[in-house]
Design a protein around this ligand. Structure first.
Ligand SMILES: Cc1ncc(COP(=O)(O)O)c(C=O)c1O
Length: 409
C-alpha cells in the first residue's frame, strides 16, 4: 500500500534531545525536589530558579495597542521600523555603512533554514561545525541537503586548518560553499572566535571565492550576551572586506536578545558587494517567507523597534540584560575553574549560555549521562560531549558540580 507521506518525507521523526532531557529532569524534580540539577534548558533562569522574562521588555509589551497586536505585519519583508531597528542595533555604532538587505524571520531558526533552502540545491552539502546546535541537522534534512563538518578545535583553539580543508574539499566537489559559523558564544561550548581567527577566515574565503560562491551563515543567536558588549559588533566591519563572490547571511534572533523565545522573531541580514545577487537573495527570501510562514509576529517586531529606538526604554533594557551577562560570567567562572581543579575535561569556553564536557566516545557519553541522571544531574547529550546549560543553573547548584561529575565519571 502507498503511504500517505511522500517518499522523501516518510520516516521523518523528531527526537529533540533537549526536550527529552528536560522532561526527565522535571520528573526527577517532582520526586526529589531541590537536589535535582537541571542543566538542560537553553533559556535564562535566575538564582531562584525562576524563568527570566525581562521586566524592561515585557512591561513595554503591555503598552502596545491591541490592534497592533492583532494586525498582520505591514510587510512580508518585515515592518520597516523593525528592519531599521535591527540595522541600528547591530551596525549602528560602525563608522562605515554596511550594504545589506534585512528580511524578518520567525526566530533565528527561520533565518537559518530559509538560507539553507535558497542557497543550496537538494543533494548539495552544507558545512557545519563538528560541535553545534542540533537543529542544523534537521534543517539540512528538511531541505534535502547533505551535511559535513569542520572540526571546531585543535589545541584549545579554532581549528582553522580543518576549516580550510573542509571548505576546499566541498568547493572542489560542488563549486559552491555554504558554511555555518555560530559566533559569538557558540552553542554548545561557549567559544567566541578571536579577531585574528575571524581575519584568517575572511582572508581564506576571499581566496576560495575565486573558485566559486562562498556563503557564510553567521548564526549570532547569542550576540547580545558576549562579555565584550557592543565592542563585539565592530566585528561586522570585517564584512566590508569581503570579495564580490562572498555573501554573509547573519541570522539574528530576538529569542535570547529580548528573552522572547516564544515570540518567534528574528532576521536574515544579507551582506554582499554584488548588488544584483543581493536583490535576488532578498526576493527569494521574501518568496520563501510568503510560502512558508507568511509574515512574522507583528507585535514582537513592534516590541523590538519600540525598545531599540527609544533611549528611555533602551537604556533600562540594556542595564537589565547586563545583570544576566554578569551572572553568566560568575556561573561560568565557578564551573570552569572547578572543572580545571578536578581535571574534568571541557571544550574551550569564553562566554555565553553553555559549557560542554568533553566525552568523544558516544557509548561513554550515553553511559555517563545515565549515571549523572541517576545522581539527579541532568545535562544534554551533544556531539562530542555533555552540555551543561549554565544559563539555567544557579551559582549555588554549580558550586561543587564539576567535582561531583568527575567523581561519578
Ligand atoms: C545556536 C543557535 N542558533 C539559533 C537558535 C535560534 O533560536 P530561535 O529560533 O528561537 O531564534 C538557537 C536557539 O536555541 C541556538 O541555540
Amino acid at each position: 500500500m502507498n503511504p500517505f507521506l511522500n517518499e522523501l518525507c516518510d520516516g521523518k521523526k523528531m527526537v529533540d534531545k533537549v526536550f527529552k532531557a528536560a522532561v526527565a529532569a522535571n520528573e526527577a524534580k517532582v520526586k526529589y525536589g531541590d537536589e535535582v540539577v537541571n542543566a538542560t534548558l537553553g533559556t535564562l533562569f535566575d538564582e531562584d530558579g525562576v524563568f527570566v522574562a525581562f521586566d524592561s521588555v515585557w512591561k513595554t509589551y503591555e503598552t502596545i495597542d491591541k490592534i497592533q497586536k492583532a494586525k498582520y505585519a505591514s510587510s512580508i519583508q518585515g515592518n520597516p521600523e523593525f528592519n531599521a531597528a535591527i540595522y541600528d542595533w547591530l551596525f549602528g555604532k560602525l563608522d562605515k555603512e554596511i550594504q545589506c538587505e534585512i528580511i524578518a524571520t520567525p526566530g533565528g531558526a527561520g533565518a537559518i533554514s530559509s538560507t539553507m533552502k535558497n542557497i543550496l540545491s537538494p543533494g548539495e552539502t552544507v558545512i557545519k561545525p563538528s560541535l553545534g546546535w542540533g537543529p542544523y541537522k534537521t534543517m539540512a534534512k528538511e531541505c534535502f541537503l547533505k551535511l559535513t563538518d569542520y572540526n571546531m578545535f585543535k589545541d584549545n583553539h579554532f581549528d582553522i586548518v580543518d576549516f580550510k580543508t573542509t571548505l576546499t574539499k566541498v568547493m572542489n566537489e560542488q563549486g559552491k560553499v555554504l558554511v555555518i559559523i555560530n559566533d559569538p558564544c557558540h552553542n554548545p561550548t561557549g567559544y567566541t572566535l578571536s579577531g585574528n581567527e575571524w581575519d584568517q577566515i575572511i582572508e581564506f574565503v576571499n581566496e576560495l571565492s575565486i573558485q566559486g560562491p562562498v556563503i557564510i551563515l553567521n548564526d549570532i543567536a547569542y550576540v547580545d550576551y558576549t562579555n565584550q558588549g557592543d565592542i563585539w559588533k565592530q566585528h561586522f566591519k570585517k564584512y566590508n572586506d569581503l570579495s564580490n563572490n562572498v555573501m554573509v547571511v547573519v541570522a539574528f534572533s530576538c529569542s535570547k536578545t529580548l528573552t522572547a523565545y516564544g515570540a518567534r522573531v528574528g532576521a536574515q541580514i544579507v551582506i554582499t558587494k554584488d548588488k544584483e545577487q543581493l536583490e535576488a537573495f532578498k526576493n527569494a527570501a521574501i518568496y520563501s517567507a510568503r510560502s512558508i510562514w507568511s509574515t512574522v509576529n507583528n507585535s514582537a517586531m513592534k516590541l523590538f523597534s519600540t525598545i531599540i529606538s527609544n533611549e528611555t526604554l533602551r537604556e533600562p533594557y540594556i542595564a537589565e540584560k547586563q545583570q544576566y551577562i554578569d551572572l553568566l560570567r560568575e556561573r561560568a567562572n565557578i564551573f570552569v575553574s572547578e572543572a580545571k581543579e578536578n581535571n574534568l575535561e571541557i571544550f574551550p569556553h569564553v562566554e555565553g549560555f553553555f559549557v560542554t564536557i568533553k566525552v568523544i566516545d558516544n557509548k561513554e557519553k550515553e553511559a555517563l549521562n545515565l549515571k549523572l541522571q541517576k545522581n539527579n544531574i541532568f545535562t544534554v547529550e551533544v556531539d562530542g560531549g555533555l552540555r551543561v546549560a549554565i544559563c539555567s543553573v544557579s551559582k549555588r547548584k554549580l558550586k561543587g558540580l564539576a567535582k561531583r561529575i568527575k567523581e561519578i565519571m
